[in-house]
Design a protein around this ligand. Structure first.
Ligand SMILES: C[S@@+](CC[C@H](N)C(=O)[O-])C[C@H]1O[C@@H](n2cnc3c(N)ncnc32)[C@H](O)[C@@H]1O
Length: 258
């Protein structure tokens, strides 16, 4: 495995970018948590890490946030630039190719969102720790961090590991067919996807690391975060302090303060 996951992830998203909006066309369940978090008057500067093609940014910008989106994939950022051009032109949005594994940003943010499993793309704990430390340095005092983490399907239901599934994504002329299967190698999930659109066919393999609640909580504390809470669903009312020994087999959201 490469010492840094980012080169591999850039290549994954170089190939995935053209299908990505069809892939998330029905996914909106996470948005209320982020929108609720920026609804106070005191929130000025919001950062999304792993902003991709701008799905979450668009909702935040429509709600009036002053937002910065960062990603390591130029192909994903290019789509976001195109879709969110009006917000860029009026100075409400900044989009940057930046990697928190390497360095912090010079600005300080009041809200930071690491959305839709972006953190799981960091395949080693040394990358994860550097990422969180650099992130902590880019947050203002008492700023709030929210992260969305996955629980691999092949761990939740081991009998489904290695099984191919096929489904359609998007609608009408934008319909894409996706076949995928997932297997685990220790804590790392290998996801094989085959996208088909008209005569186009792409086979893409993605690796994502499972971080348990206990692991994340320990790393956040080490990076200087406080008041760490967990929610086992996309439910803003569900955040609670947790006993790190509880590990339900579900994805989860983490909220922490600088
Ligand atoms: C599943 S997509 C999420 C896109 C968008 N946030 C959404 O919710 O639709 C994950 C994104 O994380 C990006 N990514 C992977 N590693 C990253 C890193 N170290 N820093 C920033 N972005 C990263 C990928 O390029 C990709 O755009």
């Amino acid at each position: 495995m490469a010492p840094d996951s980012s080169d591999r992830n850039r290549e994954v998203y170089r190939r995935l970018a053209r299908y990505y909006d069809a892939y998330v066309s029905d996914f909106v369940q996470d948005l209320p948590i982020y929108l609720d978090s920026v609804s106070q008057d005191t929130v000025n500067r919001v950062l999304e890490i792993g902003c991709g093609t701008g799905r979450v940014l668009q909702a935040l910008l429509n709600a009036g946030s002053l937002a910065t989106g960062v990603d390591i994939s130029e192909d994903m950022l290019e789509i976001a630039r195109h879709k969110l051009r009006a917000f860029l032109d009026r100075g409400q949005l900044s989009l940057q190719n930046h990697n928190f594994i390497d360095s912090p940003l010079p600005e300080q943010f009041e809200r930071v969102f690491v959305t839709f499993y972006t953190f799981n793309y960091l395949l080693t704990t040394s990358e994860a720790k550097r990422f969180l430390q650099n992130l902590n340095h880019s947050m203002s005092e008492r700023a709030v961090l929210i992260m969305d983490l996955f629980f691999p399907a092949a761990l939740a239901n081991p009998q489904t590991a290695g099984e191919w599934n096929k489904r359609s994504l998007g609608r009408g002329e934008n319909t894409v067919w996706l076949s995928d299967r997932r297997t685990m190698d220790g804590r790392v999930e290998k996801r094989e996807q085959v996208f088909e659109k008209n005569s186009l066919r792409s086979e893409i393999v993605t690796y994502r690391r499972f971080y348990s609640r206990a692991e994340i909580i320990a790393m956040l504390k080490e990076a200087g975060f406080h008041k760490i809470m967990v929610a086992n669903a996309y439910d803003k009312k569900a955040f609670q302090e947790m006993d790190a020994s509880e590990e339900p087999k579900t994805g989860f959201m983490i909220k922490a303060c600088q």
